[in-house]
Ligand binder design. Structure first.
Ligand code: SF4
Length: 99
């Protein structure tokens, strides 16, 4: 599979749009357990590009996925979902891995 090449400015623009959507949604945040669960799903996904044992990037959307922490971590934002079709984990809290 060929993955899109994201430039830094595209990643910054995507982040700005996603952040705006997250703010409009009321800044929903997942629990530490849910974030860890999503990271585990990503680690076993063929679209995941690991950078370290606790961090990596989704090659479909370019977003960073971390095992913990709420800064620059797509898994932490409760309104975000996996970009794959079908989604490997859904938007919303307490639903990670149940899609
Ligand atoms: S966000 Fe979805 S497609 Fe991307 S690495 Fe994680 S599970 Fe895979």
């Amino acid at each position: 599979m060929e993955y899109p090449e994201f430039t830094i400015s595209e990643l910054i623009e995507t982040y700005s749009i996603e952040r705006e959507e997250w703010i409009e949604a009321g800044k929903p945040l997942r629990s530490a357990e849910e974030i860890k669960s999503i990271h585990s799903i990503c680690v076993s996904c063929p679209h995941f590009q690991p950078k370290s044992p606790t961090k990596g990037n989704c090659r479909l959307c370019g977003c960073t996925i971390k095992a913990k922490g709420k800064t620059l971590n797509k898994a932490a934002w409760g309104n975000k979902k996996c970009p794959d079709n079908p989604s490997r984990w859904p938007s919303g809290s307490n639903e990670a891995g149940s899609n």
